[in-house]
Design a protein around this ligand. Structure first.
Ligand code: HEM
Length: 481
């Protein structure tokens, strides 16, 4: 493939000291779309004193994402974010990142995801059993509760019991404060400044930490040899490590401790047989939880909204669910057969990518499109802008899952669609999230339609792109064919 040369042009003039920060802070999506539409594929601008470069061409985006491991540092995203993630894989670089990624990745590899699939469908069936004809539900809240249930059960098995709700609420508070800080002056405030919202964040994180450390301690000490599900789980222990069971117990992924993510993290050891410390297990578990539930629930919320106003897409979905599932709940093996369902998820992730930006700071020697990027430059690319680029997605705001037909005439270039990022730092949970979104959607859509109002919801930006208003879904039971 021919290299597209990188020819950066200056973007809009900024203010002294602040640069383009006010315009970016007011609405980053509008600001970044303007950079592409008015200036081109590679635009220089400044965020406060930081020299920045915004990329819009898929080839430059691919090259940037692929070279981050060696040629870029993480952009500082402030004190608040780190209170949730600690020093986990998402905030590490270099050898430390490679070690942690190597330890966490096996916990979410496809074979494991197969096991979590039954928890996913089981959780969706419990939601379906609650919904009643004509009932009005808050779509975002329902999807958040559902993905929270999936992530907590896949992380901790059934051990949380009735503490799950308090923990979910603590995480919601923490995420809210972090979202607000990422958009405002909080990004630049040092950690010792304690605003009221920062105190709320610290309280919420303390609640989460106490519970997660309790669970880690209980597993390491072998306390409570019987899980809440009554299964024994310590039989295979040697020298304080939990050994995988060989008798097949827990294979169903239905909340058994043997196969939950926490067990996987406690079992993990690097090449020198060093396990993760308790603090490292906490950081990875809480990061998987935070990174893994609201992203997927946001995607599902937008999917219901898009489906509600697209009767033809919805009718094809009904046909597929009836044909492939014939009235039974889906299993992980159906995932590959549910082509249209997968295309719906893919197209929704295009129009409303939950994560909207990736940025990193160039080190000495960073090169893009044959041009040296000066060290210290923050390089940015945005899923929102790229996914709505009319060069690759004609009529970009139209919801058309058929764009992703295997024989579609329009060739979509690599990295024109990258909701999960790319390169070696791409989302560790991409497979988990895609299987989860398809199985939750298939389970619920098989039994219900949701008539969502308002039909056209405005969006707002925090950590993720969310609907700015509550979406009310009127439940309609689908007659079984
Ligand atoms: C629709 C759902 C999801 C979306 C849109 C999403 C998106 C992303 C994006 C854009 C990144 C940054 C990638 C990059 O820098 O190239 C990321 C990283 C990450 N995601 Fe996800 N994610 C989702 C679900 C999940 C799930 C379910 C999990 C865990 C089970 C997860 C765990 C992580 C972790 C740990 C990282 C950091 C990886 C690293 O830095 O090495 N995500 N995700």
């Amino acid at each position: 493939m021919q290299t597209v040369p990188l020819r950066p042009v200056p973007g809009p003039r900024g203010l002294p000291w602040l640069g383009n920060l006010p315009a970016f802070g007011k609405d980053p999506l509008v600001f970044m779309a303007r950079l592409r539409d008015e200036y081109g594929d590679a635009v220089t601008w400044s965020l406060g004193p930081r020299r920045s470069l915004f990329l819009s061409h898929p080839q430059h985006i691919a090259e940037f994402l692929a070279s981050r491991e060696h040629a870029y540092d993480l952009l500082d995203v402030g004190w608040a974010f780190q209170q949730i993630t600690g020093e986990s894989v998402i905030r590490s670089t270099g050898a430390d990142w490679r070690r942690k990624r190597g330890l966490v990745q096996p916990a979410v590899r496809p074979r494991q995801v197969r096991r979590y699939a039954r928890t996913m469908v089981g959780s969706a069936l419990a939601t379906a059993d609650r919904w009643r004809e004509g009932e009005q539900v808050d779509v975002r809240r329902e999807m958040t509760l559902l993905t929270q249930c999936v992530v907590l059960r896949t992380l901790f098995g059934n051990d949380l019991g009735d503490r799950a709700q308090a923990l979910g609420e603590a995480m919601a508070v923490a995420e809210h404060v972090v979202g607000a800080e990422l958009r405002g002056i909080g990004l630049f405030l040092p950690g010792w400044v304690r605003t009221p919202s920062r105190r709320r964040l610290l309280d919420a994180v303390a609640t989460i930490d106490a519970e997660v450390h309790r669970l880690i301690g209980a597993r390491r000490d072998g306390a409570g040899a019987e899980g809440a599900d009554g299964r024994r789980w310590t039989e295979g222990r040697t020298e304080g490590r939990i050994e995988p069971r060989t008798d097949g117990a827990g294979e169903d992924g239905e909340g058994g401790r043997d196969d939950d993510l926490l067990t996987r993290l406690l079992e993990a050891a690097d090449e020198e047989q060093r396990p993760l410390s308790a603090k490292e297990v906490r950081d990875e578990a809480v990061t998987l939880w935070a990174a893994g539930h609201e992203t997927t629930s946001t995607a599902l919320t937008w999917i219901w909204c898009l489906l509600s106003r697209s009767p033809e897409v919805r009718a094809r979905l009904d046909d597929e669910l009836d044909r492939v599932l014939g009235g039974r709940p889906p299993t992980v093996d159906d995932h590959e057969q549910l082509h249209w369902t997968r295309q719906i998820v893919k197209e929704a992730l295009r129009i409303y990518p939950p994560a909207w930006v990736i940025a990193a700071v160039a080190r000495e020697g960073a090169v893009l499109g044959g041009t040296v990027v000066p060290a210290g430059t923050a390089v940015w690319c945005s899923q929102w802008t790229a996914h709505r680029d009319p060069r690759w997605f004609p009529d970009p705001t139209a919801f058309r899952p058929e764009r992703w037909d295997a024989d579609a005439p329009d060739a979509i270039p690599d990295h024109a669609w990258f909701p999960f990022g790319g390169g070696s730092r791409a989302c560790i949970g991409a497979r988990f999230a895609q299987v989860e979104a398809v199985l939750l959607l298939a389970t619920l859509a098989q039994r219900f339609h949701l008539e969502v109002t308002p039909e056209e919801a405005p969006h707002q930006i925090g950590i993720l792109i969310q609907p700015a208003v509550p979406l009310v879904g009127t439940v309609r039971v689908r007659p079984r064919s």
